[in-house]
Design a protein around this ligand. Structure first.
Ligand SMILES: C[S@@+](CC[C@H](N)C(=O)[O-])C[C@H]1O[C@@H](n2cnc3c(N)ncnc32)[C@H](O)[C@@H]1O
Length: 311
């Protein structure tokens, strides 16, 4: 079953904030939900996901990290808990934890929040398959179509008992302080959170992973919404301030852009932070305590919020 939630923050509203800031050279329009609005974007994401440099670099390393530590991860989870999957994608990483929990006879209520209906249905179908194969059928499956930054607090209040919040590598698409504050403030003491990131293990190699053509397709609806005549504009990729950024140079002042940008300014359409182990631990330890896992390419954390975490 899918519950539809309203989309509140539109691209136009984000641009509205940027009006009268004529000195700004870089405009960040890198909200992750704008990459998954339509079917072409999702198909592009799935193509990236299912093979090639991006898949090998960004995904395989984290899957290995989960598989290698699965016993320890699942051991930390209560006998009965609600799994809150924030932007599950295909749910194959979160599915590994759920499958193992069921094998260990834990009772799991699965809740997924995704902005894209097709992704949400795919995740629910994949977790539904785990349910079909399980012996006792105690796994329940529920989806919410909406924004996990806006709707998490509402949904989480309605779910009783301990929660396991799977933010995963979507963490790297947000400002760490803001996203960690949002979740810690909406968690109970018994709730746990899973957060992960790709490390900057080889910048040249990582830039290659993100320099695949698909990204331009994922940005197309945003360029159309901004009013660009050429929506097939190629973005450039750079590693700056510890993050991969896809950006375009403004070569046309569309009616939407004319009050807030100049020719030559840049629009960053995508950000993926690559924290070192130290940076990752520093940001998380201000609000959470728990276990860190690491391999050659990835780092992950599972833990609870600090009793007196920052306001
Ligand atoms: C890169 S995939 C991540 C999938 C999976 N969690 C993982 O770690 O591999 C991002 C997923 O999050 C969803 N998504 C991105 N931003 C979102 C937002 N603000 N609210 C809800 N879903 C979002 C996308 O539709 C997509 O399914």
């Amino acid at each position: 079953m899918i519950i539809r939630l309203p989309m509140q923050k539109a691209l136009q509203e984000r641009l509205q904030d940027k009006k009268n800031t004529r000195t700004r050279k870089i405009i960040y329009l890198d909200d992750s939900k704008t990459w998954y609005m339509d079917k072409e974007q999702v198909n592009t994401y799935l193509e990236l996901y299912n093979g090639g440099d991006y898949s090998k670099g960004m995904l395989e390393g984290e899957k290995r990290l989960i598989e290698d530590n699965i016993d320890d991860i699942v051991k930390q989870l209560p006998e009965k808990y609600s799994f809150i999957d924030l932007g599950p994608g295909t749910a194959d990483k979160s599915g590994k934890i759920i499958r193992e929990s069921i094998l260990k006879e834990k009772e799991v209520n699965y809740h997924a929040i995704d902005i894209n209906e097709f992704m949400l249905e795919t995740a629910l179908k994949n977790i539904g398959e785990i349910r079909k194969k399980s012996k006792d059928k105690s796994l329940t499956v529920q989806g919410y179509l909406g924004d996990f930054t806006e709707h998490f607090s509402i949904i989480s209040k309605q779910i009783m008992g301990p929660k396991f919040i799977y933010l995963g590598s979507t963490f790297v698409n947000y400002d760490p302080k803001t996203i960690l504050k949002l979740y810690s403030q909406n968690m109970d003491e018994k709730d746990q959170i899973y957060i992960s990131a790709q490390k900057p293990y080889n910048i040249k190699e990582i830039i290659k992973q993100y320099s695949v053509g698909g990204y331009n397709l994922m940005m197309k609806p945003m360029l159309a919404a901004l009013g660009f005549t050429d929506v097939n504009k190629e973005s450039s990729v750079r590693f700056e301030n510890g993050a991969i950024e896809h950006f375009i140079k403004i070569d046309e002042l569309t009616p939407t852009l004319k009050d807030c940008a100049n020719i030559g300014d840049e629009i960053v359409t995508f950000t993926s932070r690559k924290p070192t182990k130290e940076q990752f631990e520093n940001s998380i330890s201000k609000r959470f305590k728990g276990e860190y896992y690491e391999n050659d390419t990835h780092i992950a954390f599972i833990g609870n919020k600090l009793q007196r975490s920052r306001k």
